[in-house]
Design a protein around this ligand. Structure first.
Ligand code: NAI
Ligand code: MG
Length: 360
């Protein structure tokens, strides 16, 4: 049977960019004999409007069964007044939590035609293609004890950085597997100089590395990593780091290359029975209420998220290359949505036109 995809367009520009991804999925079925069983459902505000919750139980169950989930974006001003427990974001958080998606993959890739767009010098970013793997389900955002407590005559705010060996091991393994599919180079970042969790992190990553003798493993303190990312990012290929450092380093790396409208992501969990990892693919951007419904959104972030699904869920690396090359070609032809226009201006294409050009 065909591999299965659950599409959750969500809110705002989510449905607009997802329409373009559907065109591409259809193209792969028609022209490359690569058909998918696609189903679609609601998440975020759209699900709240219909079910009173941002993710229905049936949708959650479906997400657990499919080979990959593709999500647009959730949220919008209309839902800002809702109680925290039913906010659109909770739909996304529930998916991540119940699918136990512990490895967040954030590529920073510079398309040549957009190299001028970076705030860094062109030769620093031209041809850049690196990947940050961020641990997503543990660390200081979740560790106990946490809270604001009375201590003497003042209060103290506490969060705890906590990692078990198995938590480090599984994200390290995901990063090594990724490195094997790429250029066999992995840099692990922590602060083993000042943090116990960093010492354990380095030890466990080194141990996992013994199973991957072909991968060149290096270690770096995360603060130095931040400097190196801006100084000469091309020294890296895959970076693996914890939740907190990964949050910051991945945002930093992403902005090396320009627009939010270009950035895909993947969140992976443990392998399922068929060997594929639990997986959720989504653009980094949100629902962009300021441009929603106007055909202005750049669909490339969502399209590149599907390219990641081809690569990491469906073992179709060559087809992912084909799709990324199509994006490259269209950009080199000067086709631009409004977010990719420099100060010199020009005539932007619509969301649908961008999708059509990439298909063509
Ligand atoms: P945002 O990413 O939606 O928008 C930030 C800016 O970037 C806006 O000016 C927007 O027009 C622009 N932009 C974003 N994506 C674009 C695209 N594909 N093409 C062209 N321009 C694009 O972030 P913001 O404004 O902070 O949040 C808006 C809503 O989205 C909020 O409700 C927020 O909670 C939600 N959100 C959802 C996320 C998700 O679903 N994963 C992530 C971030 C925010
Ligand atoms: Mg962040």
């Amino acid at each position: 049977s065909n591999p299965s995809i659950l599409i959750l367009p969500g809110d705002g520009i989510g449905p607009e960019v997802m329409t373009e991804v559907r065109k591409i999925i259809d193209w792969f079925g028609a022209k490359r004999d690569l058909a998918f069983d696609v189903s679609e459902d609601l998440v975020g505000g759209a699900a709240y409007d219909k079910h009173g919750v941002p993710l229905a139980d049936e949708t959650m169950a479906k997400a657990q069964e499919v080979d990959a989930v593709l999500l647009g974006a959730v949220g919008g001003p209309k839902y800002d007044v809702l109680d925290f427990s039913v906010k659109p974001e909770r739909g996304l958080l529930r998916l991540r939590k119940e699918m136990d998606l512990f490895a967040n993959l954030r590529p920073a890739q510079c398309f040549d035609a957009l190299a001028d767009f970076s705030s860094l010098k062109k030769d620093v970013v031209a041809g850049l293609d690196i990947m940050i793997v961020r641990e997503l389900t543990s660390g200081v955002y979740f560790g106990e004890p946490r809270g604001i407590f009375e201590e003497g005559n003042e209060r103290v705010g506490i969060n705890t950085q906590r990692y078990t060996e198995s938590e480090i091991e599984r994200v390290a393994r995901a990063a090594f597997e990724l490195a094997m599919k790429r250029n066999k180079k992995l840099c692990s970042m922590e602060k083993a100089n000042v943090m116990e969790s960093g010492i354990l992190w380095r030890e466990v990553v080194t141990r996992v590395g013994e199973d991957y003798p072909d991968v060149e493993l290096s270690h770096m303190y995360a603060d130095n990593g931040a400097m190196q990312l801006v100084r000469w990012p091309k020294q890296f290929d895959v970076i693996v780091t914890d939740n907190l450092f990964g949050d910051i380093l991945s945002d930093c790396a992403a902005m090396l290359t320009g627009s939010l409208g270009m950035l895909p992501s993947a969140s992976l969990g443990a392998p399922m029975e068929n060997g594929r990892p639990k997986a959720l693919y989504e653009p980094v951007h949100g629902s962009a209420p300021d441009i929603a419904g106007q055909g202005k959104a750049n669909p490339i972030a969502c399209i590149l998220s599907f390219a990641m699904a081809l690569r990491y869920s469906f073992d179709q690396g060559a087809e992912a290359d084909r799709l990324e090359a199509a994006v490259q070609t269209v950009l080199a032809d000067g086709v631009r949505t409004a977010d990719l226009m420099g100060p010199e201006g020009g005539v932007p294409v619509s969301t649908a036109e961008m999708g059509d050009k990439i298909v063509a």
